[in-house]
Design a binder for this molecule. Structure first.
Ligand SMILES: *Cc1c(COP(=O)(O)O)cnc(C)c1O
Length: 399
């Protein structure tokens, strides 16, 4: 198995699983199209490789948070549409146009800056206008959104390609949450209707993240924006039945692995690592593994009772997580030896540790677990497409 060179700790990125997940999502939401959300370096998986695999799996386009993230995709020869999920700063409009990115706009100043940049560079720019229907993070409020969309549609150098919004509690199963999502969708529909009265009809409407794509058919409109599900994790465990109903399963893309660097035999009562936090309950073989909190294995993992897999079995940490290494209590019977593979996230034998398990124990969400895996952990991609890569794909689902 491929692994890190400078030290034996690495993350495998299974591109076959990305293609599988994209195809499955596409099937679930059809006839809506799929936008693969690859911000934050594809949630820590490596954006260019994941983006290509997602498009091979059926995604019609990509979405990122930052201009630099979009430019990275262009530099990797990706020609599919790349949506910026926030309105770019006015002084960055030229970079958006030069990068061939699709800006989200939500203010008249933003429209003016983008039109000026498009005119300067002589490029017609497609725009997605964002409505704030209740998330209250970003977007034009429903009263002013029509003016922003109309300003785009009246500009000779901009094209109103889409109108969109973002849902705050699409993963919520409570009556309150469901009512709030209904209200957000109603506000969105109202803006669409107001625009239609003015004879302005965006080609594409979109509102759904992974949770809504799975749980809210009515929110799928023409396009869904999926991130976490593309990486094989659910936004919330309550959504498992929806995926299972498709007779298929999302497959985790990332597995975090390392090799045992040292093993020592210690007596009961010894307390390995900083702070001497825990006495060994019995004589034990204790394995040192070269991965630590600087790699995204949080220091809280010890108190949270996180386990690792060695030889297809679960073992607890023997003491505090350090910056570069952990110690694992392999018990008195284990045959663990230097060089053995350790799985922190992923499958080994019949056992499997998911990002959802870490999230549950650590009191966070799988998103944060995946995004926190450190830059110094090499990403090793497996399942690359054989024929190299080049494809143009328009957004699907045009009305
Ligand atoms: C990150 C993000 C998404 C993807 O959300 P998931 O829950 O990972 O599917 C979709 N839309 C917007 C606006 C986002 O910021």
């Amino acid at each position: 198995m491929a692994e890190g060179r400078s030290r034996p700790a690495w993350a495998n990125i299974d591109l076959t699983a990305v293609r599988h997940n994209a195809t499955l999502l596409r099937r679930i939401v059809a006839p809506s199209a799929l936008c693969a959300v690859v911000k934050a370096d594809a949630y820590g998986h490596g954006a260019p490789a994941v983006a290509k695999a997602a498009i091979e799996g059926g995604a019609a386009g990509l979405a990122v948070a930052l201009i630099d993230e979009g430019v990275e995709l262009r530099e990797a020869d990706i020609t599919a549409p790349v949506l910026l999920l926030s309105e770019p700063p006015a002084d960055a409009a030229d970079a958006v146009v030069a990068g061939g990115l699709t800006p989200t706009l939500c203010s008249l100043e933003g429209v003016r800056a983008m039109a000026a940049a498009a005119t300067r560079l002589g490029v017609r720019v497609s725009v997605h206008v964002k409505v704030d229907t209740g998330m209250h993070r970003m977007g034009a409020d429903p009263a002013t959104a029509p003016d922003v969309a109309i300003a785009v549609s009246e500009s000779p150098i901009l094209r109103l390609e889409a109108l969109w919004t973002h849902l705050a509690v699409a993963d919520g199963a409570s009556a309150n949450d469901r009512e709030f999502t209904d209200r957000q969708l109603a506000r969105f529909d109202q803006v669409v209707a107001t625009l239609a009265e003015r004879d302005v009809r965006p080609n594409i409407l979109h509102a759904a993240n992974s949770a809504a794509a799975l749980a809210w058919p009515q929110a799928r409109y023409d396009l869904v924006r999926c991130g976490i599900t593309l990486y094989g994790e659910l936004p919330s465990p309550s959504l498992a039945p929806t995926v299972a109903a498709e007779g298929a399963q999302l497959r985790p893309v990332l597995s975090l692995r390392a090799r045992v660097s040292a093993v020592r035999e210690l007596a009961a009562g010894e307390r390995p690592s900083y702070g001497r936090l825990r006495p060994l309950p019995s004589r034990a073989r204790v394995a040192t593994v070269p991965i630590g909190y600087a790699d995204g294995l949080p220091r809280a993992a010890f108190d949270a009772g996180l386990e690792v897999l060695i030889g297809g079995r679960r073992f607890p940490l023997a003491g505090a997580v350090t910056m570069d290494q952990i110690v694992v209590d392999c018990g008195p019977e284990s045959l663990v030896a230097p060089g053995d593979e350790v799985v922190l996230l992923g499958r080994q034998g019949d056992e499997m540790i998911t990002a959802a398990e870490w999230a549950d124990r650590l009191g966070t969400i799988s998103y944060e677990v995946l995004c926190s895996i450190g830059r110094r952990v090499p990403r090793v991609t497996v399942g690359e497409a054989k024929a190299g890569w080049s494809r143009t794909s328009p957004w699907g689902g045009a009305r």
